[in-house]
Design a protein around this ligand. Structure first.
Ligand SMILES: [Fe+2]
Length: 256
């Protein structure tokens, strides 16, 4: 795929990739790995053996997805949001069914029930082919912990949600805003959590895409998940009463 500009009149998946390419090019100097992402986008080609199959997406997941897309408000991300809408009919969304983890991995009920992804470029199941690179979108439901994990594949996230929490290398939780980038080097441990809106991001595995993810067990998973569950219950029970602030149990609400 040659480098193209999102200002051209492209639409669908090709236009969406061009918009992501344009966004990443503008941030090329911030993280060394972005150059590799851009090089891999450029060398991807139209897939010959596209497999369109995916699990049926539930109405709840569909609703979450629409909410996540409409939550993309940052100006720098608007071309991606608009082209994502225009490509909706071409995208196949899938739940992680042990593709990325071993079948016995204890990912937690929240993650298992709400994760969804779609691939734009990949070795399989995407409109564009690259033998060892993936580019796609990833969604998690509100009030969900994606437990600490690691993988050999270097990974880039572009956060599309207004806010999401990240714990990198087992450090303190920090909140990141729309358009922020997260780079996870090979086997660097990372965890994510969503608050009162879905977590939505672009993700990319730069190489080693056949490597499995592994969980890095932490003693506070249960507490974190209970806190999120309690906040979810409070949100459902008093949606109109809650102030629009981060809950007490979510420290480090400084948005990067
Ligand atoms: Fe990851």
């Amino acid at each position: 795929m040659s480098k193209r500009d999102s200002t051209s009149k492209e639409s669908g998946v090709s236009g969406l990739i061009a918009a992501i390419n344009h966004f990443l090019t503008s941030r090329e100097e911030t993280i060394p790995g972005i150059k590799d992402v851009l090089a891999n986008i450029s060398s991807s080609v139209v897939a010959n053996n596209l497999c369109e199959s995916g699990q049926a997406v539930s109405s709840n997941q569909q609703e979450m997805l629409q909410t996540a897309i409409s939550n993309i408000e940052d100006k720098s991300l608007q071309p991606i949001r608009d082209l994502l809408k225009s490509a909706e009919d071409e995208l196949v969304w899938r739940q992680d069914d042990s593709t990325y983890y071993s079948a016995d991995a204890d990912l937690g009920e929240g993650y298992k029930a709400s994760n969804l992804h779609t691939l734009l470029i990949a070795p399989a199941n995407a409109k564009y082919y690259h033998p060892d690179f993936t580019l796609g979108f990833f969604l998690l439901g509100p009030f969900t912990l994606y437990r600490d994990h690691f993988h050999l594949a270097p990974e880039l996230y572009v956060n599309l949600s207004p806010v999401s929490g990240w714990r990198l290398d087992g450090g303190e939780w920090r909140d990141y805003g729309a358009g922020s980038l997260i780079w996870n080097g090979p086997n660097e441990v990372h965890a994510t959590r969503s608050y009162d809106h879905p977590f939505f991001s672009i993700f990319s595995w730069v190489r080693a895409t056949k490597s499995l993810c592994k969980l890095a067990e932490k003693p506070d998973w249960e507490k974190l998940e209970k806190d999120l569950h309690d906040k979810k219950s409070a949100s459902i029970g008093g949606r109109d009463r809650l102030p629009n602030t981060m809950p007490d149990a979510m420290p480090d609400a400084v948005i990067e």
